[in-house]
Design a protein around this ligand. Structure first.
Ligand SMILES: Nc1ncnc2c1ncn2[C@@H]1O[C@H](COP(=O)(O)OP(=O)(O)OP(=O)(O)O)[C@@H](O)[C@H]1O
Ligand SMILES: [Mg+2]
Length: 306
C-alpha cells in the first residue's frame, strides 16, 4: 500500500493539451497587431513551410518569450497561438513540473518534450517561467531549481528547430530569469507585450462587450477613460458594469444598458498598473532590446499610453 502511494506521487501528471478550438483565434486578442505579426513570422511560417526554411538554410526561433506586466494577455496569446497553428497545447506552470521528490521534476521535463515531439505540431508553454527557471545566482543551490533549469536547457539544446514543436514562455519579470535561457538558440525571441494603448483598449472593450446591447455605450469614451487599464482590467470593468445593469434589469425589464453603469463601476475599479510600473517596464525593455523590433518600440513609446 505504501509503495502504491509513493508511485502515485511520482506519476507524471498529464499535460493539458488542447486541440484546435473553433472559438479561439487571434481575433480573441484585441490589438497588438505587431505582436501577432511577429508570432506569425516566427511560429506559423516555419510550421507551415519547414521545407522552405531548410532549403534556404534559415533558422526558425526555437523559443519565444512573451513578457510584460500582469494582465496584458500573455497567457491568452499563448492559447490562441496554439489554436491558430492547430497545435497540441502543453500549458505548464511551475507547480505542474516541480516536485519535492528527487529527480522527478527533471523527469517530467524530459517526458514533456518527448510527448510534445510525438504529437506534432505542438506548443510547449511555460507560464510564469521565472518560478521555474530563476537566475541561478539569486537562488540557493539546495533549492533544487538550478537542476530543473539544467534539464530544461538540455532539452531545449537537444531540440531540433523546425520539428513542428515550439517552446513558448511567459513572464512578468524577464530580469529574474536565468540569463542562460535567454541566449540565442534558446529563447531566441523576446516579445514585449505592453499595456494597451487607446486604440487597443477600444478593440479589447469591443471583444468583451460582444453580445451586450451597445446602443447607448460609447466605446470611444470608455477607451479614453481607461488610461493604464490592462486587458484583464478592461474585462473586469465590462463584467462589473454589465452585472450592475443586470441587477436593475431583472427588476425592471425597461432598464437599458448605458454609460451610467460604467461610471458606477469606474468609481471602484482602478487600473492594476501605476505610472511608475510603466516606467519600470520601459526600463526593462531598454535592457532587453535584442529581439524587440523597432516597430513596436515606436508604437509603444511611453507617450502612447494616453
Ligand atoms: N488583448 C486582449 N484582448 C482581449 N482580452 C484580453 C486581452 N488581454 C487580456 N485580456 C483579458 O484578460 C484576461 C487575463 O489575461 P492573461 O491571463 O492572458 O494575462 P497575463 O498577461 O498572462 O497575466 P499574468 O502575467 O498575471 O499571468 C484574459 O483571459 C482576457 O479575458
Ligand atoms: Mg499569465
Amino acid at each position: 500500500m505504501a509503495l502504491r502511494l509513493r508511485k502515485r506521487t511520482h506519476r507524471i501528471s498529464k499535460p493539458k493539451t488542447r486541440k484546435r478550438s473553433v472559438e479561439l483565434s487571434f481575433r480573441c486578442v484585441g490589438g497588438y497587431e505587431n505582436v501577432k505579426q511577429e508570432i506569425r513570422d516566427a511560429i506559423l511560417l516555419p510550421m507551415q513551410h519547414p521545407e522552405l526554411y531548410k532549403r534556404l538554410n534559415i533558422r526558425a526561433p526555437k523559443g519565444i518569450l512573451l513578457w510584460g506586466p500582469p494582465g496584458v494577455g500573455k497567457t491568452l496569446f499563448a492559447r490562441t497561438i496554439a489554436a491558430e497553428c492547430g497545435a497540441s497545447f502543453y500549458h505548464m506552470k511551475s507547480a505542474d513540473i516541480m516536485s519535492e521528490w528527487f529527480g522527478v521534476s527533471e523527469r517530467r521535463i524530459k517526458q514533456l518534450f518527448q510527448k510534445a515531439n510525438r504529437s506534432k505540431p505542438g506548443i510547449i508553454f511555460f507560464d510564469e517561467l521565472e518560478n521555474l527557471a530563476p537566475n541561478r545566482q539569486a537562488v540557493a543551490i539546495e533549492d533544487g531549481r538550478s537542476s530543473i533549469l539544467s534539464s530544461l536547457l538540455t532539452e531545449i539544446d537537444g531540440f531540433e528547430p523546425l520539428n513542428q514543436v515550439t517552446i513558448l514562455g511567459a513572464t512578468n519579470i524577464p530580469n529574474k530569469l536565468d540569463p542562460a535561457l535567454l541566449r540565442p538558440g534558446r529563447f531566441d525571441k523576446l516579445l514585449y507585450i505592453p499595456p494597451p494603448n487607446r486604440e487597443e483598449r477600444k478593440e479589447i472593450l469591443r471583444i468583451h462587450l460582444a453580445g451586450k446591447p451597445l446602443d447607448l455605450i460609447d466605446i470611444e469614451a470608455l477607451s479614453e477613460r481607461t488610461h493604464l487599464f490592462t486587458g484583464a482590467d478592461l474585462e473586469f470593468l465590462v463584467n462589473t458594469a454589465t452585472t450592475l445593469w443586470l441587477k436593475k434589469f431583472v427588476e425592471d425589464k425597461k432598464e437599458k444598458f448605458c454609460m451610467k453603469y460604467f461610471e458606477q463601476a469606474l468609481l471602484h475599479i482602478r487600473p492594476t498598473l501605476k505610472q511608475e510600473d510603466i516606467r519600470y517596464y520601459e526600463y526593462l525593455r531598454s535592457t532587453h532590446e535584442r529581439s524587440v523590433n523597432s516597430r513596436s518600440r515606436l508604437e509603444y513609446s511611453p507617450t502612447y499610453y494616453g
